[in-house]
Design a protein around this ligand. Structure first.
Ligand code: SF4
Length: 265
């Protein structure tokens, strides 16, 4: 699947996007014929501009666990919370309560929400272990925010790299399997002394150069094609991949419009 960008007076406005892989929370795209600054703008918009819900204000009534109040509050803030963007306009406050007595391991799933739709993304994140007789009793208020304010609001892990180029100049080498074992992402294979990149796995190369360092440039050469960019995104679960990318692109468009208008004035 490949989508071409529009031609607009300039021959070089011809960006194309191809989906390499796409799951529920993780996707990898191949973006060609663009400058990395464009891709970086999208990455930054996702990391710093897309809003999510997170715990922001914790009132601790009781805490006899071994964890300091501040650390407990910090851990609560980092729990990804399912986010409904429309809720921001309604200004509805969502509050979690947590009242537990040990012995038990307190998990994110033990948080009780005032809104059944706004709950932790994962139920099994450990908050604090309680020994016999230890207890906690707290209230945690949430709010909308973005990564500019605090990284706990960031909706995804996003990064990009140039498309790898691997030239295997000598296929039949004595230590082919040792070279393949050096690859941290396991995309090289050795069969009957013949070294190759596994079919369909080239885009997963992280350009670390470990194979080249070990084998030498006369056997394997690693470089990159700077006109092709692999863009990867992994949602923390507060929002879907589509919501994250849509929202980030809207933000970029708004900012571009603002610049355009202020220059025309
Ligand atoms: S450069 Fe690194 S990731 Fe890429 S094939 Fe070589 S060892 Fe593997």
């Amino acid at each position: 699947m490949q989508k071409k960008g529009r031609q607009k007076g300039q021959e070089n406005v011809n960006m194309a996007v191809e989906v390499i892989s796409k799951g529920e929370n993780r996707a990898q795209f191949l973006i060609t014929d663009t400058h990395f600054s464009v891709v970086n703008a999208l990455r930054r918009a996702i990391i710093t501009g897309v809003k999510t819900i997170a715990i922001d204000d914790v009132i601790i009534y009781n805490n006899t666990s071994t964890m300091y109040d501040e650390i407990l509050a910090h851990r609560l803030g980092l729990i990804p919370i399912k986010t409904i963007p429309e809720l921001e306009r309604s200004k509805k406050e969502v509050v979690f309560t947590l009242k537990e007595i040990g012995p038990k391991i307190v998990h994110s799933g033990d948080l009780k929400s005032s809104d059944p739709d706004i709950v932790p993304v994962y139920d099994d994140m450990v908050i604090v272990p309680l020994k016999l007789g230890e207890s906690i009793d707290l209230e945690a208020k949430t709010k909308f925010g973005d990564g500019n304010e605090h990284t706990k609001f960031t909706p995804a892990h996003v990064f990009y790299h140039f498309y790898p180029k691997i030239d295997i100049t000598k296929e039949n080498v004595k230590n082919a399997s040792q070279i393949a074992e050096k690859c941290p992402v396991n995309i090289l294979e050795a069969e009957d002394g013949k070294l190759s990149v596994k079919k369909g796995q080239l885009s997963r190369c992280i350009l670390c150069g470990a194979c080249e360092d070990f084998a030498g440039k006369d056997i394997i050469r690693v470089s990159s094609d700077n006109k092709k960019i692999v863009f990867e995104i992994e949602s923390w679960g507060q929002l879907s991949l589509k919501q994250i990318v849509d929202e980030a692109l809207d933000l970029l468009m708004e900012e571009a419009e603002a610049v355009k208008e202020s220059i025309i004035k």
